[in-house]
Design a binder for this molecule. Structure first.
Ligand SMILES: *Cc1c(COP(=O)(O)O)cnc(C)c1O
Length: 492
């Protein structure tokens, strides 16, 4: 076969010319990845990117080919050494996941199959259905409920709330839009609710004002009485209340709303009950926490992610909807070129529903594979132990804080998050805020640990959120010692 591009016989492909050479570099990648993850503890959680490396990402558009060896070598020098750091045992910033080796392998395998899980009769869709069935079982959710895997909990919240809006609107939103609805639709959540809920509300055309933010009590849980009053005031004033969102683990402090009370109120007021359970819902796997999450299983829609507390690599979330028909009615759309039917033969047939009938996306990745492989490899009992371990590590941290005269908690510890700060006598609140902000930066830049900050009742707080299966108790002891050392150094 000639390689002369002028020959009319020459046809190109993106497959390698030399499969053996490709095999060799593939093996090298696997070896490098195993070293990278096995030795993660020896590196810093976060390393600032040198300007020289940043400049490397302003290169001209590549016109001609370059060998895979050379592209890969650039990756190992300019990209791999500068991760966000959430795979590191001392990363507790925001609420990020750690990922696993098997998760990484699964991403590679699903990339190789490059299957589209929008619908059709092929194995990946059975895998996704299986994973969703397992999630329903973990959450004590009814077996006939519908569900899809999503990019994360932002997408899951958006889908769940869109089903709520469409189901609860007094006229057909899909055909007529919202403007035809005579009463303005409003919904409720605590003031601690995640920003993705506001984004969803804005995207749905409801407007941010329609999200009523209800105050929280001293445990950062939604005030049920204030919630009841808000619903009744809105009804009196001619609004159309349609949904209450319960938080199963808030981002700031890990607080869990009284979900049973919210469920009861939704029932009494005939409102849709949505739960944002992003990471916190998985605490049902801790027998000691399960009771605190009671009511979660009554949600009309339950949004989750698996890339935080289930330690799976990005991206993977899930939305469950109690009444399958409402879910389908909000998202199903079948043009002629996508015709499918459970009775049909061939790829378009089979007995499975199409996931694209329940999702925003038509083309969908095979993200179910990493969940299927990880759940099988580790077993749910191991996840249960790890979640308990994370909670107990944060209780350990919180005890260290309580016993230190230089540190104080600024919010009660409800789950796997501690909000605290360095304190010193005679320093003003403003000065303390600035010192604690500096501590966060110094911890990050000196490669000690990654925490992020938040504001709790006007106080700047250091925040450690533990969804990390690589952390050990000694890491939290080290963190406390370093914070005290830095605090003293900065105040001196
Ligand atoms: C992270 C988070 C979200 C958003 O989920 P993504 O997976 O980041 O899209 C929503 N709610 C809570 C409580 C979260 O912690």
């Amino acid at each position: 076969m000639t390689k002369d591009s002028k020959s009319p016989l020459h046809e190109e492909t993106l497959d390698p010319e030399d499969w053996e050479r490709t095999r060799k570099i593939g093996h090298r990648m696997v070896d490098d990845v195993i070293d990278y993850l096995a030795n993660i503890r020896q590196r810093s959680p976060w390393t600032p990117i040198p300007d020289k490396i940043k400049a490397n990402f302003s290169k001209p558009l590549p016109l001609d080919p370059e060998s895979l060896e050379s592209v890969y070598s650039e990756f190992t020098q300019t990209i791999m050494p500068y991760p966000m750091g959430n795979i590191h045992p001392r990363f507790w910033g925001w609420i990020l996941g750690t990922g696993t080796v098997t998760g990484a392998f699964a991403e590679f395998l699903s990339g190789a199959m490059n299957t589209n899980t929008g619908g059709g009769s092929h194995a990946a869709n059975y895998v996704e259905k299986q994973v969703i069935d397992w999630i329903k079982e973990i959450m004590s959710y009814p077996p006939h409920a519908s569900g899809v895997l999503t990019s994360g909990c932002s997408a899951a919240n958006l889908i769940g709330l869109a089903v709520a809006r469409n189901t609860m609107a007094t006229c057909g939103v899909r055909k007529k839009g919202l403007s035809q609805d005579s009463k303005r639709m409003v919904l409720y959540a605590s003031e601690e609710i995640h920003s993705s809920v506001q984004k969803a509300v804005e995207l749905m055309g409801l407007g941010n004002d329609s999200l009523r933010r209800i105050k929280v009590d001293d445990r950062f849980q939604i005030c049920i009485d204030a919630l009841k009053d808000a619903v009744s005031d809105d009804r009196k004033n001619g609004y159309n209340p349609f949904c209450i969102i319960g938080a199963a683990g808030t981002t700031n402090t890990g607080s869990i709303d009284d979900l049973s009370a919210v469920a009861d109120l939704c029932k009494a007021e005939e409102l849709w009950f949505h739960v944002d359970g992003a990471y916190g819902a998985w605490a049902v796997l801790d027998p000691a926490m399960k009771q605190r999450l009671k009511g979660l299983e009554k949600a009309d829609s339950l949004a989750l992610d698996l890339h935080k507390w289930m330690y799976m690599p990005y991206e993977i979330g899930c939305i469950l909807v109690r009444r399958e028909e409402f879910h389908r009615e909000a998202f199903s759309l079948t043009p002629d070129y996508l015709a499918h039917d459970k009775g049909m033969r061939g790829i378009s047939g089979g007995e499975l529903s199409w996931f694209s009938d329940y999702d925003i996306q038509l083309s969908r990745s095979f993200k179910a594979l990493k969940a299927w492989m990880c759940l099988k490899e580790h077993g749910i009992k191991r996840y249960s132990r790890l979640i308990q371990q994370n909670i107990s590590q944060i209780n350990y941290l919180s005890n260290l804080i309580k016993h230190s005269s230089e540190l104080e908690l600024v919010a009660p510890v409800s789950l796997n998050i501690a909000c605290f700060r360095f304190v010193a006598p005679e320093l003003s609140e403003e000065k303390l805020n600035r010192i604690n902000e500096r501590i966060v930066i110094e911890l990050q830049e000196r490669g000690i640990a990654v925490l992020t900050g938040t504001i709790i009742k006007g106080k700047y707080a250091l925040r450690a959120a533990n969804t990390n299966h690589r952390s050990r108790r000694e890491d939290f002891k080290f963190l406390v010692d370093e914070i005290v050392r830095l605090g003293k150094e900065i105040t001196a």
